[in-house]
Ligand binder design. Structure first.
Ligand code: ATP
Length: 340
């Protein structure tokens, strides 16, 4: 396997905001590599630096052996970038949109018709080519974005949240296309904050949190490295933090319990990693009864990528997303108040 993309100690700030603190990863040829993380964790910034759209403050970035810093023109020929939101001109037809994109990619004029035919065929879009982009569903629009990213026959395809806002059927169509493109030898990097998407599609992934990689590896290895089964205990629907701490200390003493994390954003529920779920469930119930603590809920689950994130950060991805949007909302409110 050869390394196709290399990101080493990337750092990028926007004024006082550090978007990427320290991100490193490598992507092998014909691999699907996922970047998973909550809103604001630095995924888009990392991709934009890789695609030469933003300049890194520090770090070394390479695509197909070319330096992103010193050989940006050559790097752009190797990359196809499908941004999160592409402003498809509503009055253009799909055909016209692709012709425009082909010109932007500097594809020689004589080659454009055959390249467009190839991507329309590849993404099963022929029937949509003469209709206006404004009439497309989200799934068709995303397929045209993908088609545009493939027109110049890149070796690496970079996708920012390729299925955000799509229904499950349209998401599955995109997933199938990406798997086929990988089988044809394309290297793919995608960001997502859909756990199951990254879990299903990626050969390997990096989980980002506040501009840093907090875990990386194959989905199976990351989950297996957590070890043990997972159990979530809720004493009450909303447990006071001090009571959750007492319970945490109590449960930590049980022989079958390996770790206990208090999830503050989920009513101070307790997330346990245990050696054997069946034995642990009985032990936990007995211990709580003896301590005269109630049980609101007790549930067993298989480890997910969210557990990997939780183990590293103490909160779930969903909670991190909610916290990020709450922060954004309060910033917006402050701005609006200042404008009044
Ligand atoms: N152009 C910019 N100017 C100022 N701050 C920025 C800019 N772009 C990103 N940021 C900030 O950098 C941080 C990382 O943003 P980035 O968009 O890379 O994260 P993300 O993980 O892609 O999030 P999302 O899923 O919301 O796109 C955030 O705090 C964001 O507000």
């Amino acid at each position: 396997m050869s390394v196709t993309v290399k990101v080493e100690h990337l750092k990028k700030s926007y004024g006082a905001v550090t978007a990427v603190e320290d991100v490193s990863f490598t992507v092998e040829a014909a691999e699907i590599f996922g970047l998973l993380g909550p809103n604001g964790s630095g995924k888009t910034t990392t991709l934009r630096c890789l695609c030469t759209l933003s300049q890194a403050d520090a770090g070394h970035l390479e695509v197909c052996g070319l330096s992103v810093t010193t050989q940006p023109h050559l790097v752009r020929q190797k990359l196809g970038y499908v941004a999160q939101e592409v402003a498809l001109d509503k009055i253009l037809t799909g055909q016209e949109f692709l012709e425009l994109q082909a010109a932007l990619y500097h594809i020689p004029r004589a080659l454009i018709p055959q390249r467009i035919e190839a991507v329309l065929e590849r993404l099963d879009l022929r029937q949509w080519r003469d209709r206006k982009c404004g009439t497309y569903s989200g799934g068709i629009r995303k397929r045209f974005d993908l088609a545009a990213g493939l027109l110049h026959q890149p070796q690496v395809l970079i996708l920012d949240e390729p299925t955000v806002g799509l229904d499950i059927e349209s998401r599955q169509v995109i997933w199938d296309i990406l798997r086929e493109l990988k089988a044809e030898g394309l290297t793919i990097i995608l960001t997502s904050h859909y756990l199951e998407e990254v879990d299903l599609l990626s050969d390997r992934l990096a989980i980002l949190d506040r501009g840093r990689v907090i875990a990386s590896g194959s989905p199976a290895d990351l989950k297996a490295n957590l070890g043990g089964d997972r159990i979530t205990v809720r004493i009450r629907e909303f447990t006071p933090y001090s009571e959750a701490q007492t319970t945490q200390a109590l449960l930590m003493q049980l022989p079958c319990v390996k770790s206990v994390v208090i999830n503050r954003n989920q009513g101070n529920s307790l997330n346990l990693v245990v050696t054997e779920a069946a034995v642990a469930l009985a032990e936990i119930q007995a211990a709580l009864e003896t301590a005269m603590l109630p049980i609101f809920s007790l549930a067993q689950s298989r480890p997910s990528l969210d557990d990997v994130y939780l183990a590293a950060t103490g909160q779930t991805l969903l909670d991190a997303d909610l916290a990020a949007s709450a922060q954004r909302d309060s910033k917006q409110l402050k701005k609006e108040a200042m404008q009044r």
